[in-house]
Design a protein around this ligand. Structure first.
Ligand code: NAD
Length: 297
């Protein structure tokens, strides 16, 4: 079932994802404003397009992996709509706010396209390895159409609900993650100040009610629990700046939905502070260094 797929946005994530569609036997026509990003993708088997318009012409599927909502709205409105055939299925994998995702999906529908939002969980390694988790928003028909094209890039493809539901699931999940990571860091820092050995505290709390993914799978303390970015000086992993981006999207959604999310807000403020102090490129668990007072940019 080989298809012509236009892939727009070949950065850290898209640059890993597009070659997995090539490996699955699809013909991928790639475009990125960055010549460097585009060249790397072409070295891995993608075909070079000179523009988004050229990439989407005659495409059966269009995949976008762009930085933020403004890029997504701009690329679809200015370059995809009217240039891709209306038979093309549109799949936006970028992480953007729920309202913008719904807006662009409505505009696509009005122009005769079927579209899904399909943000991902997992970082650069999962993008390259084809092991991302996709949360998909769209109609049952659109999801069924999109799934086989997403699968070569995924370890899991979950239908979250109607348009925008993929983005909603992603930002709510990451809001929980930001808050539990901050709380877990505080717990370890206080435990240590109270004289507890971090390993002993881990052994207790990871089997008690303080347990969470942030503790047992992504422990922010080096040498404790499975190997994590904490064991690598908080390098690699999920950048604090991206956590902050997702928390801001969650705060925006909460405001529009009229929901009080005080823990999420607190997490947003903590990450804002950490990024402001130069921690943006560090793994998000590195916030423990700010909490214990040893952070040095
Ligand atoms: P990135 O900045 O590395 O890549 C985005 C690419 O889009 C860049 O190469 C840029 O040149 C290109 N681009 C921008 N505007 C364009 C346009 N008009 N036309 C063509 N190309 C254009 O970002 P990334 O890290 O790959 O992240 C992409 C998305 O995935 C973001 O929404 C991010 O929040 C989300 N995400 C990232 C990670 C991660 O670990 N990096 C994890 C999960 C989700």
């Amino acid at each position: 079932n080989m298809a012509r797929i236009a892939f727009i946005g070949l950065g850290h994530m898209g640059g890993g994802m597009a070659p997995n569609l090539v490996k699955a036997g699809h013909e991928v026509r790639a475009f990125d404003l960055s010549e460097d990003a585009l060249s790397k993708a072409c070295e891995q088997g993608c075909g070079r397009a000179g523009s988004t318009e050229e990439a989407v012409k005659d495409a059966e599927v269009v995949v976008t992996m762009l930085p933020a909502a403004k890029h997504v709205l701009d690329v679809y409105r200015s370059n995809v709509f009217g240039n891709a055939p209306t038979s093309a299925l549109l799949i936006d994998c970028s992480t953007i706010d729920v309202a913008s995702a719904r807006t662009v999906e409505e505009e696509a529908k009005a122009k005769g396209y079927e579209m899904v939002d399909a943000p991902v969980s997992g970082g650069i390694a999962a993008a390259a390895g084809g092991t991302l988790a996709f949360m998909v928003g769209g109609s049952d028909e659109a999801f069924a159409r999109a799934k086989p094209f997403i699968e070569p890039m995924a370890k899991a493809v979950i239908h979250a609900g109607g348009p925008g539901a993929g983005q909603a699931a992603k930002i709510c999940n990451n809001m929980i993650l930001g808050a539990t990571m901050a709380a877990t860091c505080e717990g370890f820092v206080l435990a240590q100040k109270l004289g507890l050995d971090p390993q002993v505290f881990f052994d207790i709390s990871s089997q008690a009610s303080g347990q969470s993914w942030s503790m047992t799978s992504y422990c922010p303390v080096p040498g404790v629990g499975p190997k994590t970015p904490a064991d690598n000086g908080y390098e690699g992993g999920f950048a604090a700046a991206l956590m902050l981006k997702d928390l801001k999207l969650a705060m925006e959604a909460a405001k529009q939905a009229g929901v009080d999310v005080e823990m999420g807000e607190e997490a947003e403020e903590l990450y804002e502070e950490f990024v402001g102090k130069g921690g943006g490129n560090k793994d998000f668990s590195g916030i423990i260094k700010m909490i214990d007072g040893t952070w040095n940019a």
